[in-house]
Write a protein that binds this ligand. Structure first.
Ligand code: BGP
Length: 485
């Protein structure tokens, strides 16, 4: 029998508020962390500025202006046949300062209208509660997630949206790529920020210490507690709610068969993935976490009550982003290579994208098997895609065969994983409409099926244009993944 996708498979696309919405100071919204981050490029680091500088360009301020254009954008998603749409709520649109007593009614009205629009086309919203978004004021006044009080503020915000959107949303994700905080350099856009007196460049190379390890891992612990409390609350408010964890899914490959490399790759997987997902799926830190913390010389503040909270807030499904695998070694690292969040070395068996990320569809099958074998809960791939420069031809077409090829090969490996027995329930292609790149702040690093006429400095008409991949993905969805050629 040919491998195939299950009936009711959730096909769709994904975005994040801080990369697509814009309207950063509209409708009573407060500034979010991202609203303080300038544009960069592959070679120029983005800068987190303490104040909004008049001489700098902040791509999140207008982004692709989905704040005003969501109706047309959702109609285009419906035209492709989307069954679901992953998006995020920007916390600072609901609670502008993060700890306000009353929610911003305009913010609630905005998201209500977005969800109603989805409902109109029977598109299931899958909502990330924090996709790198945290009200900037919480960073300045509380050092963000370093402070335990942020847990209560987050729970308050989540409770508000669970009640408000009870009839409209059932699928929720707590923190986007929460495992970023386990790495020793700047990665996580949530946990790694505290108030500081100066502007700071955000680069893998320089930010070995946005926070020291202890503070970063303590902040991560606070997020894990917040996530568990939120899962419990979501179930209390609506027993039909399904809440997932969301990790950066990067499988480490040992660079050689040297036992040291094999062990290193295993430890990498433990520290980068399982350290976090074991807590979220199984409700407790894994056995190896003690050694990880000892070797980092970190003692966490975890109470007996904390442990109880973690036990009571296990997620319903596992979700992750997948862009590439990562070749690792504990020997000399001469040919360093950076892919989504992680640093490894070149893998000579793989091609790379224009931004240097390895392309590895089979790694997706490997990762799916690895995760399902460990947890046996439903899995959703909530990010995957190719960041590439597109050319708008004179005749108005965008021939993005490279993107079709990339996604096609990943879909084939998903089918194989399903045939391997993995309970895969959905796939949302990243940046289904072109949005601002998270790592570089560029517009020209495009992932979409829908082109947006906008450049890296924010110039353009914002016009939406269907790419070749738009028509291809439409066929894929209509055939439930049978017609991917
Ligand atoms: C993930 C993030 C996304 C996203 C994607 C692609 O890390 O969850 O927000 O943007 O990677 O990365 P980039 O935009 O840097 O190409």
């Amino acid at each position: 029998m040919k491998p195939s996708f299950p009936k009711n498979f959730l096909w769709g696309g994904a975005t994040a508020a801080c990369q697509c919405e814009g309207g950063w100071d509209k409708g009573g919204k407060g500034a979010s962390l991202y609203d303080h981050i300038t544009a960069g490029s592959r070679t120029k680091a983005r800068v987190l500025t303490k104040e909004i500088r008049q001489d700098a360009y902040y791509p999140s301020h207008n982004a692709i202006d989905m704040y005003h254009r969501y109706k047309g954008d959702i109609a285009l998603m419906a035209e492709m046949g989307f069954k679901c749409y992953r998006m995020s709520i920007d916390w600072s649109r609901i609670y502008p300062n993060g700890d306000d007593e009353m929610p911003n009614s305009q913010g609630l009205a905005y998201y209500k209208s977005v969800f109603e629009e989805c409902r109109k086309y029977q598109i299931e919203p899958i909502v990330t509660l924090s996709h790198f978004e945290i009200p900037y004021s919480l960073i300045e006044r509380f050092n963000g997630w370093s402070d335990r009080r942020t847990i209560d503020f987050f729970l308050h915000y989540c409770t508000t949206v669970f009640i408000e959107f009870k009839e409209l949303v059932q699928y929720w994700l707590t923190f986007n790529e929460i495992n970023g905080a386990t790495l020793p350099f700047f990665t996580s856009m949530h946990a790694s920020f505290r108030a500081r007196s100066e502007d700071i460049e955000l680069s893998h190379k320089k930010n070995h210490a946005l926070l020291d390890r202890k503070e970063a891992l303590q902040a991560l612990h606070h997020q894990l507690l917040a996530s568990a409390l939120v899962v419990k609350k979501a179930h209390e408010i609506n027993p039909d709610n399904k809440v997932g964890c969301m990790l950066s899914g990067v499988c480490p490959y040992p660079a050689t068969s040297a036992p040291d490399d094999i062990l290193y790759a295993q430890q990498y997987m433990q520290q980068f993935n399982y350290y976090v997902s074991d807590v979220m799926v199984r409700g407790e830190y894994p056995a190896f976490s003690t050694r990880i913390l000892n070797e980092l010389n970190v003692e966490l503040d975890i109470s007996a009550e904390d442990k109880e909270i973690l036990k009571q807030g296990c997620v319903d499904f596992y979700s992750f982003s997948y862009y590439s695998s990562n070749c690792v070694t504990n020997q000399t690292k001469e040919k360093e290579n950076i892919s989504n969040l992680v640093i490894g070395i070149d893998n000579p068996y793989l091609e790379k994208t224009q931004w240097g990320w390895h392309i590895d569809p089979k790694g997706l099958r490997y990762y799916l098997n690895e995760i399902y074998g460990r947890y046996r809960i439903p899995i959703m791939i909530v990010e995957n895609g190719l960041g590439a420069e597109d050319i708008l031809e004179e005749d108005g077409h965008i021939h993005d065969k490279y993107r079709i090829d990339y996604i096609r090969e990943h879909l084939k490996q998903m089918k194989e994983a399903i045939a391997d027995g993995v309970d895969l329930i959905g796939y949302t292609a990243w940046g289904c409409i072109d949005i601002i790149s998270a790592s570089t702040g560029e517009m020209k690093k495009r992932y979409g099926f829908i082109y947006v006429d906008l450049d890296d400095e924010g110039h353009g008409s914002y016009e939406r244009i269907r790419k070749d991949s738009f028509y291809w993905y439409k066929k894929v969805i209509a055939s439930n993944g049978a017609d991917v050629e």
